[in-house]
Design a protein around this ligand. Structure first.
Ligand SMILES: NC(=O)c1ccc[n+]([C@@H]2O[C@H](COP(=O)([O-])OP(=O)(O)OC[C@H]3O[C@@H](n4cnc5c(N)ncnc54)[C@H](OP(=O)(O)O)[C@@H]3O)[C@@H](O)[C@H]2O)c1
Length: 273
């Protein structure tokens, strides 16, 4: 699979998002996704499924180094010391010696950024995370994080889909050579009913979900769609076969609208975005 390169990280251009997937279904879908051709898995401490994601990876029979796995540290574990303990706990649940990418899941205004970025960099130096990055940071926080970091921040994970304008934060990430990963790439199920995406899809014999994913992939933004249905794993993966014209990309650009954000911070009043 093609990769996006960033500060030594080689991130497969589409990943399988696992939020809400639990128990046997999660194990089965992770294993099925890898057999279909996915090479990139996205989990988090907060999803309560690191155990199952690790199990699915092992059940697939793929070698550890063939798969790119991301986990995230939840906002209440960002204090120095607790951060490192929480990473040890994640690796115990995953039953893995390291993750490929470790992200701060959300910033926490109660904990100085210097502490959490310091801990993130220490985890990278210890080898427990091959690469590090952040999620849900705004431009100011991202700039501060780069000033504080003693190791390269390879990735920014943010909400991104055809309805949400993320131009400024994506430009900031790219100024620092970061890869951009898109969560909620299907706008949590809003995409399939969209008439513009349906029409563009019909012209290519593709579904609206595939069009939305190809729209991100065409900008070198890495989508991590989630599904609980096996047949949709293949549908989403084959978005990689679709190349949209400049006119189609421009038409999808016009779907952006105010208040399109789906996910709110875990403690909303503390952050401006
Ligand atoms: N860093 C963060 O703060 C953060 C926040 C949110 C999410 N994430 C990550 O990003 C991943 C993706 O985001 P998400 O799960 O919130 O939203 P999403 O991937 O945009 O949407 C998932 C929804 O779309 C449906 N779906 C999937 N494929 C489809 C298809 N081909 N056609 C029609 N419907 C389809 C799924 O339903 P079915 O299950 O019925 O297919 C599910 O309801 C998460 O799983 C997680 O790994 C990160």
């Amino acid at each position: 699979m093609q990769v996006v390169e960033s500060h030594g990280a080689r991130i497969p251009v589409i990943g399988f998002g696992t939020m809400t997937l639990k128990q046997e279904l999660c194990i089965e879908l992770v294993e099925a996704a890898l057999h279909l051709g996915y090479r990139h898995l996205d989990t988090a401490q907060n999803y309560g499924n690191e155990r199952e994601v690790g199990e699915g990876l092992r059940a697939s029979g793929f070698k550890r180094e063939e798969i790119f796995l991301t986990t995230k540290v939840w906002f209440n574990r960002l204090a120095a010391g607790d951060f490192e303990r929480s990473v040890d706990e994640s690796l115990e649940r995953l039953k893995l010696p390291f993750v490929d990418l470790l992200l701060i899941h959300w910033p926490n205004a109660q904990i100085p950024l210097a502490q959490s970025i310091g801990a993130l960099c220490r985890v990278k130096r210890s080898g427990l995370a091959k690469h590090i990055g952040v999620a849900n940071f705004n431009v100011a926080m991202l700039e501060e994080a780069h000033k504080l970091a003693s190791e390269p921040l390879a990735c920014l994970q943010i909400e991104a889909h055809p309805y949400l304008d993320q131009t400024k934060i994506i430009a900031a990430a790219r100024r620092h050579g970061m890869a951009v990963v898109a969560y909620c790439p299907l706008a949590r199920g809003k995409v399939p009913g969209d008439e513009t995406l349906q029409r563009i899809g019909r012209a290519h014999g593709k579904t609206p979900a595939q069009v939305a994913l190809a729209y991100l992939e065409g900008q070198r933004i890495i989508p991590i769609p989630r599904t609980s249905k096996r047949e949709r794993l293949a549908e989403n993966l084959s978005s990689l076969e679709l190349s949209l014209s400049a006119a189609e990309m421009a038409e999808i650009d016009k779907l952006k609208r105010p208040n399109a954000r789906i996910v709110s911070p875990p403690q909303a009043p503390q952050w401006d975005s």
